[in-house]
Design a protein around this ligand. Structure first.
Ligand code: COA
Length: 433
């Protein structure tokens, strides 16, 4: 049995860029039929963003739109509106992430869609919660990171690099898509009980903030006691009244740091992350692993609280130990003692790790044509009774005729839509006319 959880679920996907498409791609991989609405002639902006070949869709597009159908449709034309209306009438989910107000202007707001089909769930992504003073702003990734305190708490805490810093992880984009997916799946489960679809509003700000809750925890602690023991600034520096950047410290109470390893002179990623846990037994074993048994009887180090006060000396000594070793060898040496540690992995090492091609973590998709095979990140969880399959991305409007026919439009109508600007760009007037 390989029953797709969302088999039979129809999704009208009016999303573009990354946040919305990451959600609808996951829905497709879970078995939903996803019809991606794209503007005739241009389509999703990412088709032509960061291209490796001017004639092919970019990896950006390819990594976010596999297993969808593409319907080229100008939803602003009368025929376009009629087509979209027909699609919505039998849809289970409608998802959009246009700029604030754009869907209302096109005539497909939540209220309008709900009236057309009360069972249809409506998912929307915007930059900010509806209550926010920023709610009308357009949003891209960094907009979410800078307003959810992700940027002010990321990066270095002293010197010229002490500036708000972007995470390389897409906290505002793909993360928002994953959050919306949770909301949509909850709405589907709710519809089982109520028979009615609901409005799922997901802001990039909420999704990013949801991953920054430990920084709000730190603010609450700072407000109470004025310092944060796990931060590198403790105990030697005065804390500001907001949470400062903490470099590479671990986010919880354990003492973690990124240590330079052998080969750092030529490899800027020759680092390993090593953590000292707070428990007595864990610390004893770590001391054995490093050969630092003297710490066990030294009051500056033999309690977790003392270690917080002496973290500079700890980082310095482990640093001298680590720099003589290869980052992978460190893991081999420390892991048998139960010390949490890992090599710092760059993108090339990651994509070359064959152990990750397990059918989900990293997947190879055969797009065919000039593109051939490309790698993407698969469904980020596994299910004991369902293995997704991973297929190619659609060409712009590649499924238009098929989708329109399936929704009952005649061959004549389909031909007309191509000439009146509904499913193909309007033909340019001949020269001199
Ligand atoms: C990403 C974003 C900043 C891009 O803004 P944008 O360049 O104005 O592009 P949009 O796709 O939103 O809309 C552009 C126009 O195309 C129109 N359009 C898009 N697809 C269409 C279609 N198939 N048919 C007709 N019109 C269409 C929109 O209605 C809009 O028209 P308007 O400006 O006259 O209202 C904006 O969509 C946004 O803030 N979205 C919400 C947050 C989000 O998801 N951000 C992306 C993170 S990866």
């Amino acid at each position: 049995m390989n029953t797709a959880p969302l088999q039979g679920i129809k999704v009208i996907d009016f999303t573009s860029v990354q946040s919305g498409p990451s959600c609808t791609q996951l829905l497709a991989w879970l078995g939903a039929e996803v019809i991606k609405i794209e503007r005739p002639g241009t389509g999703d902006a990412t088709r032509k963003e960061l291209q490796f070949d001017p004639n092919e869709p970019s990896y950006y597009f390819l990594q976010l739109n596999s297993d969808k159908k593409s319907l080229a449709l100008d939803a602003a034309t009368p025929d376009g509106k009629e087509i979209l209306t027909r699609l919505i009438k039998t849809a289970d989910i409608f998802v959009e992430n246009l700029h604030p107000g754009a869907m209302d202007k096109l005539g497909f707001s939540w209220e309008a869609v709900h009236q057309l089909n009360p069972r249809c769930i409506y998912g929307t992504i915007k930059g900010f919660p509806e209550s926010s003073r920023f709610k009308d702003l357009k949003a891209y990734e960094p907009i979410a990171q800078v307003t959810a305190a992700a940027a002010t708490t990321t990066g270095w805490y002293s010197g010229p690099d002490n500036i708000p810093t972007q995470s390389g992880a897409a906290l505002g984009d793909s993360n928002t898509g994953m959050h919306l997916t949770i909301g949509l799946l909850a709405a589907l489960a709710q519809r089982e009980k109520t028979g009615e679809g609901c409005y799922v509003y997901q802001s990039m700000h909420n999704a990013c903030l949801n991953l920054c809750r430990i920084k709000t925890r730190d603010q609450l602690t700072l407000d109470r006691i004025g310092y944060l023991t796990q931060y590198p600034q403790y105990p030697n520096e005065k804390f500001p009244d907001y949470v400062p950047r903490s470099g590479n410290t671990e986010g919880s109470g354990v003492l973690g740091w990124t240590y330079k390893c052998k080969g750092w002179e030529t490899d800027p990623n020759a680092y390993a992350y090593i953590i000292l846990q707070r428990g007595v037994k864990d610390f004893e074993k770590a001391c054995q692993a490093f050969g630092f048994e003297d710490w066990l009887t030294n009051p500056d180090f033999n309690t977790a609280d003392a270690r917080d006060r002496h973290k500079d000396e700890i980082i310095d000594r482990i640093g001298k130990w680590a720099i003589t070793r290869d980052k992978y060898d460190i893991v081999k040496e420390l892991a048998p003692y139960g010390v949490p540690c890992a090599p710092v992995i760059n993108t090339r090492e990651l994509l070359n790790d064959e152990s990750l091609y397990d059918g989900n973590t990293l997947v190879r998709i055969n797009q065919g044509g000039n593109i051939g095979e490309f790698v993407t990140v698969g469904v980020p969880f596994t299910m004991s009774n369902y293995q997704p399959t991973y297929g190619p991305c659609p060409t712009l409007g590649g499924n238009t005729d098929e989708v329109l026919a399936a929704y009952g439009f005649t061959a004549d109508e389909i031909a007309r839509f191509k000439t009146n600007g509904t499913t193909a760009p309007m033909p340019k007037p001949a020269a001199g006319k």
